[in-house]
Design a protein around this ligand. Structure first.
Ligand SMILES: [Zn+2]
Length: 219
């Protein structure tokens, strides 16, 4: 009995080895990624960011939900995506350490660009809509942010708007073109409702992915 088992096991192992000698279908079809994009989902854990005025939704949760949709859209289009976080937790126990770890990931060598996902909030509840920030003075960052805001406004049927210069850690630290996307205002009733709607989240995410690829694939 033991001998039969041993024989079966040997056949199984040999069979596996033989099957592995040539390329498996996965290896045959796998192509190297077209681009390497780092996605940063703002906040997390003890730092929830802004909260929705009407619903109390946490910015950190929406950043993760919408960011993951962006990640999958980019992966579907042949990109390799590195995330700064993959769950609702912060990256460290303090804000300072969290930002340091985020910065280290955003500076990973070989990336083509970085994209940080956030939600906005403002005391005037009428202010609404997406905004894209680039590091002031960074021409390539400006071009990336321009492609992304154009794709978002075009994809969602919003009035065109320009990307905004700014000075943010997540656009200042990386050596590669970087954009910080404020997807909408959690203080505006329409934006908040939209940003919590899975269908809108998906359209927004695909528009962001379109904009990133418009930039990366430009001649
Ligand atoms: Zn934020």
């Amino acid at each position: 009995m033991r001998r039969t088992l041993l024989l079966l096991l040997t056949c199984f192992l040999l069979g596996c080895t033989e099957m592995k000698t040539p390329c498996t279908p996965f290896e045959l079809s796998a192509e190297p990624p077209k681009f390497f994009v780092i996605l940063d989902y703002g906040h997390g854990g003890f730092d929830c960011g802004a909260t929705g005025t009407d619903t109390g939704v946490l910015e950190s949760d929406l950043n993760l939900l919408i960011g993951e949709r962006v990640a999958r859209a980019l992966e579907d289009r042949g990109c390799f995506v590195l995330r700064t976080r993959t769950d609702t937790d912060a990256l460290a126990a303090t804000k300072r350490d969290d930002m340091a770890r985020r910065g280290a990931i955003l500076c990973t060598e070989g990336a083509d660009c970085t994209v940080s996902i956030h939600m906005n909030k403002y005391e005037n509840r009428r202010i609404k809509g997406p905004m894209c920030y680039y590091q002031a003075g960074a021409e390539e960052g400006k071009a990336l942010a321009g492609c992304v805001i154009d794709a978002i406004t075009g994809g969602l049927g919003l009035d065109p708007r320009l990307a905004n210069p700014g000075d943010n850690y997540v656009t200042r630290i990386p050596d590669v073109p970087s954009v910080l996307i404020e997807c909408g205002f959690l203080s505006n009733p329409e934006d908040e409702r939209n940003l919590m709607d899975p269908e809108y989240q998906q359209r927004l995410a695909e528009a962001i992915a379109d904009g990133v690829l418009d930039f990366l694939e430009r001649p």
